[in-house]
Design a protein around this ligand. Sequence first.
Ligand SMILES: [Zn+2]
Length: 297
Amino acid sequence: MWQRGVVENERCGCGEAFGACDFWQQVGKVAFGGWDQISTDRVVALRAAVDRTRRIPALSRRALPARLQAALAEYTGYYLGVYRAIAAVSGAAAVVDSSKHASLAFCLARHADIDLRVIHLVRDSRAVAYSWTTSVARPDRSDPPGDATSPGGTGGGTRGGTGGYMTTYPPARAAGHWNAQNGALQLLARRGTPVLRLRYEDFVAAPEQSLRIAAGFAGITADDLPVGTGAADGQSRWARLSKSHTASGNPMRFVTGTVPIRGDDRWRTAMPDAQRRTVTALTLPLLSHYGYLGRAA
Ligand SMILES: [Zn+2]
């Protein structure tokens, strides 16, 4: 949001540019008296100082060095301001931050006024690695695609390369990233932050059940969930997506209406054997821990 929304004015999920979206303009006003009242350079610099995967070991310790503590307090203070403003403007009881880097969760966990609960969504590492090797254009960027080194697919980390495509990683690097992010969220749970682990595959099989579990974990009611099962066949599943104000993320966030929920299993047939073996070997301990081995793997 800071970089792609406030600074680069990319498109919000509602279709407007960030600077033209009423919702985000109100949030900026309530939080800071307007986005132009804060220095996003400052936020971005603080992020570079504290919100990094390599900072996780330090962030997980009881006591922080004074300088890191000061930077962290300032950095998470910006987030608290935004979350409170989102709650005020939307009237929502809970705010979902759909960003995916574990390091931000470690930062937020240290703020006493943020009641942080983390949903740890895991997916088979082979599917994630395969997805990271494929390209998806980013319609929220107006510049033409041309940077072949940046792209993405469905379901991975927070992406968005600098070109017209989402970021891609080679399989071994994707495996390392998968291990680091998942391992970090397990560490966060051991340090006392409430963490709910859900599997992508279980969500696809029973979305309503997964959403009920997630809502209960977040402490919000789930009476009327926008998901269901196809009436004709009793098998197919769908979600009803309304317009949303996502500040950045996967291009699928622009889709609204009733959409089918389908597992993306392309990796099972399309992923080259050598890549699959590499990723399986590199991610074996957690892959096994999450129950992904022993099926048709
Ligand atoms: Zn919007």
